[in-house]
Design a protein around this ligand. Sequence first.
Ligand code: BJW
Length: 226
Amino acid sequence: MPESIVILTGAGVSAESGLGTFRDAGGIWDQYELEDVATPEGFARNPALVHDFYNTRRENAALARPNAAHEALARLERLLPGRVTLITQNIDGLHERAGSRRLYAMHGRVDRAVCAACAHCWPSPPQLSTQTACPACGQSTCRPDVVWFGEMPYHLDEIEQALRRATQLVVIGTSGTVYPAAGFVEVAGQLGAYTVEINLGRSEASDAFDRVIEGPASEVVPAWVD
Ligand code: BJW
């Protein structure tokens, strides 16, 4: 079977670019209630709060730079054409900016907006608000194009295909607590893939992996790639 490497990344891969993780001490969920800012119900209750939250994160993402881990993963894709698929839970766009192209952003992109009325999707202005009009239908029902709890992640069919083909699954910088991504190690492992976790420390999912490499992504990922 030809080698097919699937990589899943989470917030930890962007931590050394200065973007906060969610569940580490002092992380995003220590500052905000996730029910308020990352659910459709929270957005319905207080859209201004949710817009503020994502406007700040959009600005932080735009100011951030890809780090050595993002760059190494883009290099791996160029070294093994057609054999590397990157799945990210991150909305920050740093993998794309590092040069990754075979990429599925399963939780969306903070630099895109979507209209809740007509589903039109377009590059977000720096500040979205309850006044922003959809360029297609004119309604002021815009939201960031990200996936909240209770919503269906993007590209699940393509991701399932990639997991079925995978000979190796490498999971980098994610706590393994949010589904369906948290279940990918079981799916790929049951289908015979060799599974590797790269994380600062052990995660809730570590026991499910064939190999666990502990350390900062910006050091461990380039060492694993090269
Ligand atoms: C480093 C590092 C360094 C730090 N180097 N490492 C029970 C069973 C199954 C499912 C459910 C269930 N109950 C509820 C559900 C569904 C729910 C869910 O999973 N809930 C759980 C909390 C239990 N999931 C959903 O609702 C999803 N949709 C869904 O399931 O649809 C139905 C469906 C059915 C069947 C098939 C498929 C689908 C949608 C989930 C949407 C998540 N959205 C968020 C926010 C939106 C985007 C945004 O604002 O950014 O996505 S939540 C947040 O968590 C964000 C992240 O992408 C996601 C994962 O976080 P991540 O990346 O793992 O970050 P952290 O902070 O948790 O971890 C960071 C890690 O990095 C740590 O381990 C550190 O150690 C490490 N680290 N520095 C290396 N330098």
